[in-house]
Design a protein around this ligand. Structure first.
Ligand SMILES: Nc1ncnc2c1ncn2[C@@H]1O[C@H](COP(=O)(O)OP(=O)(O)O)[C@@H](O)[C@H]1O
Ligand SMILES: [Mg+2]
Ligand SMILES: [Zn+2]
Length: 511
């Protein structure tokens, strides 16, 4: 007996065997039981999701000798002849190879004849978008005034290429890509019947790489079985199909997120020894990061991508530990590199460079960590408060800086004094020296000055002088200051804050 490929051998023979297209089956079944049936159907969707299969099942349902029903008997002459593709009244036409004038004429002729023995003459036209304009025109005439005895079932992967005049006369059904878990379940049924063992991890890898197409999944399985016999391992699948093990992708992504460049490069070495394709690897990493982004942005990847439950959980957990902005940067780097890689003569270098860029990306601190550190600082109290000025300067300081530099050109006489002020960002500017204080206090009376303030600061600030400082006191204060600084530096909360924020202590002030 010749070997029948799994995809053909396992074409569903009844509606209940078709998986992943529940809504379509339900709608069709309801129409068949109620008897309110359209005369033209359009099945659209990507390849290998069940369009031809359902077209034939529908034809069976129309012509079964028992009755028109969603449960054709499967044993009458009509049911049998459809199963074996030999029915005289079911005409399957390949749109891709029947586009000539003669074909159109033949089609018209055929439509005119009554069915030989079945209830209807049924035309299944696959890849209908490939038909010529002539052919469409011929069809259109029939669709406008359909003879009672004719039914059309069109199938296409590219619905947008079908003329609107045709579309508007069909009942349209959009087929979905099939979920990974659903594909796995179906593959398990097939394997059990075929008495073949395949490692669950290998099945997962196959199902993930089928991109929602059952035919692709079955063909991949076929290839694996024909090489490795009745017992296929994960490594077999990797070797035979060149599919990338998602766990390696996850490990590389983790190492990137942890900033471990050595490990990243080691994984790349490992992966290339396995014979993986460089671009494929980079794209898989990009996909993983994209999933993390989606999860970080929405809280969970569930429902946003076709993933197994285990992966959904793993991705959500990992995403929760990282900032969306950080993940977006990674995605950006990987997308750019992916474009470069196709054109490059040194794909491995491009890959490594991209991964290193990802590892070395500018560090972002989690807001939550910063908040925690600040809370801890606040709670230490004890009369001492440390002002930690991190490398990014506070907004108030920047605002004041801009104001001072703007004033340098508009009011040059006083701008020098302004430089000595400390702005708190909330309408108060403080000076330590009386000279600067009094000049600015005087200037603040002028309309001109006030206008500039409003323009740059949004208000006219209160000008204050910090408690006057005598020379004698200064020495004491200096000593005190030093001991406070010492204390602050050694304080565990401050140390932790510094390590989290990555800043440095610029000033310690007594509260
Ligand atoms: N929804 C499905 N349920 C079960 N098997 C399916 C399904 N879709 C496709 N298959 C499998 O893939 C093969 C090809 O499917 P087919 O209906 O020809 O796909 P297409 O959508 O490209 O017309 C079928 O013979 C069957 O083995
Ligand atoms: Mg098809
Ligand atoms: Zn029947």
């Amino acid at each position: 007996m010749s070997y029948l490929v799994l995809a053909r051998k396992w074409r569903p023979q009844r509606f209940s065997e078709v998986v992943g297209q529940e809504i379509i089956i339900k709608t069709l079944s309801r129409a068949l039981s109620s008897g309110r049936i359209a005369h033209a159907f359009l099945f659209t969707g990507s390849r290998g999701v069940g369009k031809t299969t359902l077209a034939r099942l529908l034809a069976k349902a129309f012509t079964c000798e028992k009755s028109i029903s969603p449960e054709p008997c499967g044993t009458c002459t009509h049911c049998e002849s459809i199963g074996s593709g030999q029915s005289a009244d079911i005409i399957e036409i390949d749109g891709a190879s029947n586009t000539g004038v003669d074909d159109v004429r033949a089609l018209r002729e055929q439509i005119r004849y009554l069915p030989v023995s079945a209830r209807f003459k049924i035309f299944i036209i696959d890849e209908v978008h490939m038909l010529s304009t002539n052919a469409f025109n011929a069809l259109l005439k029939t669709l406008e005034e359909p003879p009672e005895h004719v039914k059309f079932i069109f199938a296409t992967t590219e619905a947008h290429k079908i003329p609107v005049t045709i579309l508007s006369r069909c009942q349209r059904y959009d087929f979905k890509r099939i979920k990974v878990s659903v594909i796995i379940d179906r593959l398990k049924v097939v394997l059990a019947e075929e008495n073949i063992q395949v490692d669950p991890e290998a099945l997962l890898l196959i199902a993930q790489n089928a991109d929602g197409g059952m035919r692709d999944a079955l063909s991949l399985l076929d290839q694996v079985i024909s090489f490795s016999g009745n017992n296929a391992s994960l490594q077999d699948v990797i070797d035979i199909l060149g599919l990338i093990d998602r766990r390696i992708v996850s490990r590389i992504t983790q190492a990137i997120l942890e900033g471990n460049s050595k490990q990243v490069l080691e994984f790349v070495e490992e992966v290339s020894n396995l014979g993986y394709d460089t671009k494929q690897l980079l794209d898989e990493i990009g996909l993983e990061i994209r999933n993390l982004c989606l999860s970080a942005a929405t809280g969970s990847i569930a429902g946003l991508a076709d993933l197994t439950e285990e992966r959904v959980q793993a991705i959500n957990e990992l995403a929760a530990q990282h900032e969306l902005l950080d993940l977006q940067r990674l995605l950006d780097i990987s997308l750019k590199a992916s474009n470069q890689l196709s054109a490059s003569e040194h794909p491995r270098f491009v890959l490594e460079l991209a991964l290193l860029k990802m590892v070395e990306r500018p560090k972002l601190h989690q807001i939550s960590e910063i908040q925690k550190a600040i809370q801890k600082l606040e709670s230490m109290g004890q009369g001492t408060s440390a002002t930690i000025i991190t490398k990014t300067e506070p907004v108030s300081k920047n605002t004041w800086k801009h104001f001072v530099s703007a004033m340098a050109s508009s009011m040059p006489m006083i701008s020098h004094h302004l430089e000595h002020g400390r702005y708190n960002g909330k309408g108060k500017v403080e000076f330590d020296q009386k000279l600067h204080f009094s000049r600015i206090q005087a200037a603040a009376q002028s309309k001109d000055f006030q206008e500039h303030c409003k323009q740059h600061l949004g208000l006219v600030p209160e000008v204050t002088l910090s408690e006057s400082i005598h020379v004698a006191q200064q020495t004491v204060i200096k000593q005190e200051q030093q001991s406070i600084e010492e204390k602050a530096r050694n304080n565990p909360a401050v140390k932790q804050a510094l390590s989290v924020l990555g800043g440095e202590i610029k000033a310690v002030r007594k509260a």
